[in-house]
Design a protein around this ligand. Structure first.
Ligand code: XBP
Ligand code: MG
Length: 256
């Protein structure tokens, strides 16, 4: 049986709760800067999260709420500019330290490294955003703890397509059987499963009601001693947190 050798983390919603108070706020600031009266409420943003990728999300919003704008000349460049402004706002927001890692993430990263597991990232978001989050939460060395950071437009088809996980696997030169994906969304699970990976899900407010077909386990978080994790679907948890021994047991259980 192939032993677990690496963890591949999603970023938004998995490492940190970035969507509602991070990305959404940054999109709205970019719209306001541009003199637009577009404003994404918490609920509306939840609907728009069906589409991954910020530029793709703006385009989806326009198709639903301002279809005529999509036909204006230069719209592609305009979306790119709005998105670049959004990225600047998002990075500035992260630099204030406003968005922490989710409970248990730092512990799991430390344990994984102590056990010699390799770490990677597979995310839809823009590379600058990943660097900014990891530096703000883990310090200047944060990004270097991940051997591979597969992010954003490096692949043309974003999640739920499998491409970004396949990209990370190829960069690590590891087979899917030797890795485990950590995700928070149905789009992420479909992407990871499409790349042949087992997946463990930690849900958040935007993803709690989603269906995670094919996931090994679904929890409300990785848990900390003072914030026990709850299993929402899958095998029972021994103890109150998800640790590397738990992940290894679940992966080998799935392989039979
Ligand atoms: C994250 C996303 C991204 C972010 C915004 O999905 O869908 O679009 O919301 O990032 P996942 P950009 O967690 O599945 O990777 O604006 O930089 O695209
Ligand atoms: Mg996510």
């Amino acid at each position: 049986m192939t032993e677990l050798q690496a963890l591949i983390f999603d970023v938004d919603g998995t490492l940190a709760d970035t969507e509602r108070d991070g990305h959404r706020v940054a999109f709205n600031k970019a719209f306001a800067d541009a003199g637009l009266d577009w404003e994404w409420s918490i609920a509306r943003y939840g609907e728009l999260l069906r589409v991954t990728g910020g530029k793709e999300r703006i385009r989806q919003y326009l198709s639903e709420d301002h279809p005529a704008v999509l036909n204006e000349p230069g719209i592609d460049a305009r979306i790119r500019e709005l998105h670049a402004a959004k990225t600047r706002h998002y990075v500035a927001l992260l630099e204030t330290g406003a968005i922490p890692l989710r409970p248990g993430v730092r512990r799991l990263l430390d344990e994984a490294e102590a056990e010699g597991l390799r770490l990677a990232i597979a995310t839809t978001t823009t590379p600058e955003n990943v660097t900014a989050l990891l530096e703000a939460t883990l310090g200047s060395e944060g990004p270097y703890r991940f051997e591979v950071i597969s992010a954003g437009d490096v692949v043309p088809a974003k999640k739920p397509a499998p491409d970004i996980f396949t990209h990370a696997l190829e960069a690590m030169n590891l087979p899917a059987e030797a890795c485990l994906a950590l995700e928070d969304s149905d789009n992420g699970v479909r992407s990871a499963r499409g790349a042949g990976l087992e997946v463990v899900v930690t849900t958040n407010d935007y993803t709690r009601e989603q269906v995670f077909d094919g996931a090994l386990a679904v929890l409300d978080g990785f848990g900390e001693a003072d914030q026990p994790a709850t299993v929402l679907a899958g095998p029972a948890l021994e103890g109150s947190v998800v640790d590397i021994a738990t992940l290894r047991a679940w992966v080998s259980g799935a392989k039979g």
